[in-house]
Design a protein around this ligand. Structure first.
Ligand code: WQD
Length: 339
């Protein structure tokens, strides 16, 4: 079996990708310092796949320990690099933490890939690289906009570093730009596990509905959109995971190429905050307690994807709709309560 190293494998998208890789015949190992994830997620991956995944509890900024992991796994056919901080709002408050963690981690990973001749890398990027976009939907050719926060800028910089390093070395690179991952695996054995107060909309909705939070605040209803709230492209985390396996298949099958291939991972549907709340209520039968508050700094008004390239080049087929996203997020929240 071909081995794939997954950094951040115990995280939200990382764990769902472990499941998809295993179910598509790959062997996997994870590198995750568990600073923002719980090892119980690996138990969920094992329940779903029957496979016990080895996790190296190593911080990517600890180059010596990281190199040892690569020493033990230099037979890997590729690496999927998720491990990074990803909260828009937190990165506004703590930009230096984001640059230190996200960039130093990437530099160390790249040095190890070169040293141990790992031939393929899939990099976790983000629609936030587009900044405040004028023309929607965004395609992969839409140029970087002014980053609205350190998180977004760390992803822009990550893509630029990867473009230069890929050209100078022999590995191949895919950059995946996620839109808004939501939902949980259909088994409800794995899902999003925010540490402390959730930054993201979906977990805040489900935690409010289950009574962990008193109410949801909608961050602004005075935006120039159809109902005044921000528009995003919410996409099921399992569809995102599928795209990672397809991207790795694509890299392994291709001869060397110098310029990283970029793919948007969104549904192509823009959904407002109020529409997301309505979809949650209709999908779960739960009434949500929310109020409108002030805008959140770092938020872009609207962004959603043109996803044609991933569909045509990777053979990516979306399986889940907004109803599935909200229902699976709720079922995961319910499972937490009973565990
Ligand atoms: C969505 C909308 C908020 C919470 C995410 C990821 C980021 C990147 C891009 C992958 C916004 C509103 C939220 C709340 C609210 N993805 N909201 N009340 O900021 O788009 O970023 O997608 O790389 O990593 O975090 O997602 O879920 O925080 O916000 O009104 O309590 O919901 O204002 O309009 P965001 P989000």
């Amino acid at each position: 079996m071909q081995k794939i190293i997954v950094t951040g494998g115990v995280g939200y998208i990382g764990s769902h990708t472990l499941v998809d890789l295993i179910q598509n015949g790959y062997d996997v190992v994870s590198i995750d310092n568990l600073s923002r994830s719980s090892v119980k997620i690996l138990h969920g991956v094992e329940k779903i796949t029957g496979r016990k995944v080895k996790n190296y509890e190593v911080d990517l900024t600890d180059k010596a320990r990281l190199s040892k992991v690569f020493e033990e796994n230099q037979d890997a056919k590729g690496i999927i690099h998720f491990a990074a901080y990803k909260s828009v709002s937190e990165s506004v408050e703590k930009p230096l933490l984001y640059y230190r963690n996200n960039m130093e981690g990437l530099y160390n990973i790249l040095e190890c890939i070169i040293q141990y001749n790992i031939p393929n890398i899939v990099f976790s990027s983000s629609c936030s690289v587009y900044g405040m976009v004028e023309k929607l939907p965004v395609t992969e050719e839409t140029p970087f906009g002014e980053a609205q926060c350190a998180y977004a800028r760390s992803k822009q910089h990550g893509e630029q570093v990867l473009t230069d390093v890929t050209k100078a070395h022999s590995f191949k690179t895919v950059l995946l730009r996620y839109f808004n991952p939501v939902g949980a695996h259909s088994s409800a054995e794995i899902g999003e596990l925010p540490i402390g107060t959730p930054n993201n909309l979906a977990p805040f909705i489900t935690q409010t509905a289950i009574g962990k939070r008193e109410k949801l605040t909608v961050f602004g209803s005075d935006y120039p959109t159809r109902d005044g709230s921000c528009i995003r492209d919410y996409i099921h985390v399992s569809d995102i995971a599928q795209a990672h396996t397809l991207a790795m298949n694509y890299l392994i099958a291709r001869e060397h190429f110098d310029i990283p291939e970029v793919f948007n991972l969104g549904t192509g549907n823009g959904v407002s905050v109020f529409e997301a709340i309505k979809a949650f209520e209709e999908s779960t039968g739960q009434k949500l307690n929310y109020e409108v508050g002030s805008r959140r700094s770092g938020d872009v008004i609207a962004v959603y994807a043109n996803n044609t390239k991933a569909k045509e080049t990777l053979g990516w087929k979306l399986k889940y709709n907004l109803h599935d996203m909200m229902k699976s997020a709720w079922e995961w929240e319910l499972k937490q309560q009973n565990s």
